[in-house]
Ligand binder design. Structure first.
Ligand SMILES: Nc1nc2c(ncn2[C@@H]2O[C@H](COP(=O)(O)OP(=O)(O)OP(=O)(O)O)[C@@H](O)[C@H]2O)c(=O)[nH]1
Length: 455
């Protein structure tokens, strides 16, 4: 029985740095153990490549990057180096390496990396890639090339306006509701009302709300002798508007914006989009990587700083978030930034640490900017619809949330969740995320929202 705990001969050998024993550990799937051992032998040029390969296989890009940078650039092929630079946000270095590799995939990656911030250079990479592309790849490249040419004014531009973006954002929900398809030209009867209720529930409007809404429509149809869907639709829109009209919120102009939300909700992306918007208004923007819980979140914000042209303050993984905020606000004051966007940790397993952390951050903000914090924005993922309500309530208890950002509407068929989110939280919805691009962020306008949803 004790043999179970005794280290195997092989493991003992591996721990002494025996290469074949380490390789045997890896063959047995003990990669973590192998990494732990190999990290003690970084100086050994014989073992370093094995560690590098493991880091890459395990997606530990930040560690692989450090191995290449501080020990030996030749550990990685040019393509691997490029990928590492990309993952840690060293965009220019990544582009140089991809350019050296020069195959289709590398040129394509370089083009994508430069697409937002340096469209002209990006176009050159896409056109180089086009020469090596097969038919399918050519199709995809043509889209990117056209988009950039439009942006550079090389072809006539049909700017995607507010309405187009909202239409794109609500496409999935509208396709699910299919009002225009299944109800057009039909008479209003019990069957239609039941179908309408069923579809509203599928769009995540909430069972109670759907029943109540349809009941009101039933009475209205009798009272006003409504016979067709075309006559009923304006009444439906008016009712829906009555549920969400009071949730319209304008983003306040000011200095400090705090972002809350669970991991994956779209916080970092939203910060990147807003940074881009403020930058295009000529403002000096500073990002603060207050989510120190995971290095991935810090790295991701660095990439968004690159893409939006904003500056950033961050510390190592595990640093005290309030200290990062302190450093950022100190810098913002000293160097006259117009706007500071603060990311915070998104883990929600228990309320207490979150509340404590957010309270500390707010105290630090008060110290630098005693006037009220401009916005405390709670980022909710529209693809999980009403399920975001429980998360929202925890955050709402922790701090007074000034507004909601509803993200990934373009990926969600649950656009109806705006109704319960609005009626339950009674917090203004300030912005909608309608895509992954820098400009895919727009104001919430209840009237157009209802019209687009039901058209
Ligand atoms: N389609 C679409 N995707 C979005 C939108 N907003 C964010 N995303 C994507 O959602 C994923 C998560 O976004 P993040 O910004 O990383 O979310 P986060 O809350 O910062 O998550 P952590 O970094 O884990 O804290 C990413 O793949 C984003 O590209 C949106 O409006 N539309």
């Amino acid at each position: 029985m004790f043999g179970f705990f005794k280290k195997s001969e092989e493991e003992k050998l591996a721990e002494k740095g025996d290469k074949s024993a380490i390789l045997k550990l890896i063959e047995k799937g003990k990669k973590d153990k192998a990494i732990e051992i190999l990290e003690r032998f970084k100086e050994d040029p014989e073992l370093r490549p094995i560690l590098f390969k493991l880091y890459m296989e395990e997606g530990k890009y930040y560690y692989a990057y450090q191995l290449v940078e501080y020990y030996d650039k030749n550990l990685a092929t040019a393509k691997e180096r490029a990928l590492l630079y990309e993952k840690v946000g060293e965009i220019q270095k990544a582009v140089e390496e991809y350019s050296k590799v020069g195959d289709y995939e590398s040129l394509y990656r370089a083009g994508m990396l430069l697409k937002e911030a340096q469209p002209k250079e990006s176009l050159e990479f896409f056109e180089r890639a086009f020469k090596l592309a097969n038919e399918i790849q050519k199709k995809e490249l043509e889209e990117h090339i056209l988009e950039i040419k439009k942006k550079l004014g090389l072809v006539e531009v049909k700017k995607e306006g507010f309405l187009e973006r909202l239409r794109k954002g609500l496409r999935k929900t509208r396709e699910l509701l299919e009002f225009g398809v299944i109800f057009a030209g039909r008479k209003v009867d019990e069957e239609l009302l039941e179908e309408l209720e069923e579809r509203l529930i599928r769009a995540d409007i909430g069972v109670k709300t759907a029943e109540q809404l349809v009941e009101e429509l039933r009475k209205e149809a009798i009272r006003k002798n409504i016979k067709t869907w075309e006559e009923l639709l304006p009444v439906l829109r008016e009712k829906l508007l009555s549920y969400i009209g009071n949730c319209k919120g304008e983003l306040k102009e000011g200095k400090v914006y705090l972002f809350l939300g669970v991991n994956g909700s779209g916080k970092t992306t939203t910060i990147g989009k807003l940074a881009y918007r403020f930058k295009s208004q000529g403002k000096r923007v500073l990002l603060c990587a207050g989510d120190t819980f995971r290095s991935a979140a810090i790295e991701q914000l660095q990439v968004w700083a690159q893409r939006s042209g904003a500056d950033i303050v961050y510390k190592e993984e595990g640093a005290d978030p309030a200290s990062v905020v302190y450093q950022a606000l100190e810098k913002a004051q000293k160097e006259n930034y117009d706007v500071v966007l603060i990311d915070t940790a998104g883990r929600l397993h228990t309320k207490e640490p979150l509340i404590r952390e957010l309270r500390k951050i707010k105290q630090v903000i008060q110290k630098f900017y005693p006037e009220e914090l401009t916005e405390t924005l709670l980022v909710l993922d529209a693809t999980i619809g009403q399920n975001s309500l429980s998360q929202a309530k925890v955050f709402k208890e922790a701090v007074d949330v000034s507004g909601i950002v509803l993200t990934k509407l373009d990926g969600s068929a649950k656009g109806g969740a705006v109704v319960p989110i609005c009626s339950e939280l009674k917090i203004p919805i300030k912005l909608l995320g309608v895509g992954e691009g820098l400009e895919d962020l727009q104001e919430f306008d209840p009237k157009t929202f209802v019209e687009e949803l039901t058209s």
